[in-house]
Design a protein around this ligand. Structure first.
Ligand code: GLU
Length: 421
């Protein structure tokens, strides 16, 4: 059980309350936006390979439907619980509003450890979960996507299940699908690409040269691995990366391309057992405290807390993960002059290209990778500049500036639509 101060939903509400107070939102709007609109809990059986049947619990939470259909990923993880899903759904609402794509926020998850499931069990679990949450999901209602421990194959099973039940292919019902079945070029790399653009734009704004930035990345999956690779391509020196197997540090810079190849061919796509000349192994916790210019937490929530924030030695933190920094840590980092590009901006590249995938699927008209990346860059750079301009103007943190912009847009949509009935 998470303690109250590590409870992601309490944290999400606290972040919202600060913005709502500064925006002087009317109480009735505040009360609507600080809680999820819809929550579905499902409990379902899955046939296991050994002939037994096991019960699983899953969730789909739709935080706010004001700006359009709801959007957000599906997470398969043992620590999934209703408060985590609520927080992640609320953060999706602000994220979509900040990059101005016409969605509300949602999130889903199944309490499970995919490392303990065979591929067949994972498929049966996904198909049954899709069926259970199918009552609230749909291409014009709520559109899932990958998140922690879910991927394009899982999205393909999800889409196939709902399509088979309807008797025709509905590929816009999920995003992050394989390109063979209506996925978008560039979707896989989109979140990491967005993260790398944030570093590039921050360096541009602060007159820093990319080839003089030392970068540390926590998480080496679809977000951290891609961000590390793209930052290395931009000329940064990636001196530390880590995953569930621990941290790997080399002051002269790691061979990120080689490490990604290694992870791709090893169990659970982990770096366990990786070694190379000059590479030192360190504990996962120590990785975050490695002196660097740019720190990218791209794993899970609550990684930078009041327990380690005073020991972070970076000039910039770019949140690839959702909710990696607690409010207490935020205050410490702010005091110490460490800038934080908040999750709802830094990792919005994923949902932005999900939006492109959904638009392409609905129109059955597909774009080339150059167009996808160019549109992504335009949206991310624009949102980054809006957030930085407001933060400078009001002398507030980037997180608070991002919240002011996003919450204002969501509140306005809800106010303009009015109260039904
Ligand atoms: N799971 C990703 C996120 O947290 C992507 C969501 C999506 O593409 O809908 O932003």
């Amino acid at each position: 059980m998470k303690s109250d101060r590590d409870n992601p939903f309490r944290i999400a509400q606290e972040q919202f309350d600060r913005a709502a107070a500064l925006l002087a939102l009317p109480d009735n709007v505040r009360e609507v936006l600080r809680v999820p609109q819809r929550e579905l809990t499902v409990r379902f059986p899955v046939a296991m390979d050994d002939g037994s049947t096991r019960m699983f619990t899953g969730y789909r939470v739709q935080h706010n439907l004001g700006r359009g259909p709801t959007k957000g990923g599906l997470r398969y993880h043992p620590s999934v619980d209703i408060d985590e899903v609520r927080a992640l759904a609320m953060w999706m609402t602000w994220k979509c509003a900040l990059v101005n794509i016409p969605y509300g926020g949602a999130k889903g998850g199944v309490v499970c450890d995919p490392a303990q499931l065979s591929l067949q069990e994972l498929e049966r679990l996904t198909r049954r979960f899709a069926t259970e949450v199918g009552i609230v999901v749909g291409s014009e209602r709520d559109i899932p996507a990958p998140d922690v421990n879910t991927n394009a194959q899982i999205m393909a099973w999800f889409m196939d299940t709902l399509s088979m039940q309807q008797g025709h292919t509905i590929n816009a019902v999920v995003t992050g699908k394989p390109v063979e079945v209506g996925g978008s070029l560039g979707r896989n790399e989109a979140t990491g690409r967005g993260v790398s653009l944030m570093v590039r734009e921050w360096a541009r704004r602060h007159g820093r040269r990319l080839d003089q930035l030392n970068v540390v990345v926590q998480g080496f999956g679809n977000v951290g691995g891609v961000a590390a690779a793209l930052l290395a391509e931009l000329g940064c020196r990636v001196i530390g990366v880590g995953d569930a197997s621990g941290g790997y540090v080399c002051r002269d810079g790691l061979d990120i391309a080689g490490m990604r190849r290694y992870a791709a061919h090893h169990p659970r796509r982990l770096l366990a057992g990786y070694s190379a000349p000059g590479v030192e192994r360190i504990a996962g916790d120590a990785l975050l405290e490695t002196p660097c210019d740019v720190l990218v937490p791209a794993a899970m929530e609550n990684q930078i807390t009041d327990r380690n924030a005073a020991r972070i030695r970076a000039a910039l933190i770019v949140e690839g993960a959702n909710g990696p920094t607690t409010p207490l840590a935020d205050a410490i980092l702010d005091e110490r002059g460490i800038a934080v590009v908040p999750d709802i901006l830094a990792n919005a590249g994923g949902v932005t290209v999900s939006y492109f995938e959904w638009v392409q699927g609905l129109q059955s008209f597909f774009w080339n990778e150059h167009d996808v990346n160019a549109r992504l860059e335009h949206i991310m750079v624009d949102a980054f500049n809006q957030v930085c301009d407001l933060a400078e103007q009001r002398r507030i943190s980037l997180r608070l500036a991002a919240y002011l912009l996003a919450v204002r847009r969501v509140a306005d949509a809800n106010i303009i639509r009015g109260l039904y009935p």
